[in-house]
Design a binder for this molecule. Sequence first.
Ligand SMILES: O=C(O)[C@H]1O[C@H](OP(=O)(O)OP(=O)(O)OC[C@H]2O[C@@H](n3ccc(=O)[nH]c3=O)[C@H](O)[C@@H]2O)[C@H](O)[C@@H](O)[C@H]1O
Length: 431
Amino acid sequence: MRGLEEEFIPSTPGKFKDKTYYSVNRQFHRCFTSTSTMFLWALFLIALTASYLSFQSFMDSGTRYLSSTRGSLQWEKQVRDSAQIHRVNGMSVLVTGAAGFVGSHVSIALKKRGDGVVGLDNFNNYYDPSLKKARKNLLNSRNIFIVEGDINDMRMLAKLFDIVAFTHVMHLAAQAGVRYAMENPQSYVHSNIAGLVTLLEACKNANPQPAIVWASSSSVYGLNEKVPFSESDRTDQPASLYAATKKAGEEITHTYNHIYGLSITGLRFFTVYGPWGRPDMAYFSFTRNILQGKPITVYRGKNRVDLARDFTYIDDVVKGCVGSLDTAGKSTGSGGKKRGPALYRIFNLGNTSPVTVPMMVGMLEKHLKVKAKKHVLDMPGNGDVPFTHANISFARKELGYKPTTDLQTGLRKFVRWYLSYYGYSQEKSVK
Ligand SMILES: O=C(O)[C@H]1O[C@H](OP(=O)(O)OP(=O)(O)OC[C@H]2O[C@@H](n3ccc(=O)[nH]c3=O)[C@H](O)[C@@H]2O)[C@H](O)[C@@H](O)[C@H]1O
């Protein structure tokens, strides 16, 4: 039999110097010669680990939500409490992507007026997850519980519908970003196609079936040149895989409406921006770079034409989302079968006043009081479209949607938030 000492001899002699090995081993022996000393050491280490873990869990719990295992009684109670309705004729809404930009804002707006809200988010690392955690803490402080899970997890979705009879689903979980689709195409299929179908299956099976409002995108207009973009315009020329998955989502949701009687409202968002926004978007990353003195890349279209976007402020979009939930009507199916026709709608949620990207940069420079170091580049073939411009008359008529924040005002509010969130001194930088 090999002795304890032999066990420590490296199997490839020559890699380590024996001298070092034996001197270390002698010290090791001195420390652990008696079993009782080893036992005490073990106890000490266990106690140390346990206290570290409980401290971590205390730190992670955000505010009032102490960590509880998914599926436990405590977890079910948190889901149920969060879904509680506190107003007459209120609704209980499952918000997917609740730790995201639009999801966090919509969740807060619904909770504020007394609706029940349960969030769902997978906290992926497409962009800084600490921002998602900070949004989660904000929601927790408003008594909104966020379940950590993926929309592809059918069992988890079925469990949530078992616990709560959600009247509505606000589906905002998605793989966003136009240009990232060239880097990671599968993530778009995973979230925007497979995840969407899993969610629709769960909604179809639920009893009662919820009405669904979900995020499509202005990018479905693709290479369409007719402006402004109306819902009835052609959307069969997507310029990016992102756009193609959103367009596919519109078709997929249509089949669930047709076959199973699910009430569906698709919202084509136009470059939504504002406080607590997405760091991958141009206005956000430009702000970061300008403040850090780093250059920004400004793309330019064909024939040196500036790119333009119908930038839409988050509060306006939230009103459009809430208006859609309020007017969604009921899904008609039960037991997985359609019992009558249900609403199928698509709305543009834009601002109706496009602004060029260089003008947007100029506004940021003004609010930040810092000049940007601009690199102007011809737009590479990366899925971008040259401009977007929404016709919002349908949303105005059906939802009472009326955007009120222009880009100048909205960016001022964004910059104020940015400086405060990232700890810059406000007086110096913002008027
Ligand atoms: O309406 C939508 O449905 C989409 O809106 C948003 O896409 P976009 O309108 O492309 O926003 P965003 O990336 O901020 O680029 C804005 C402008 O800056 C230009 N741009 C961008 C980056 C850069 O480094 N330089 C640059 O000039 C760029 O060429 C573009 O002209 C969402 O990200 C997307 O998830 C989806 O919701």
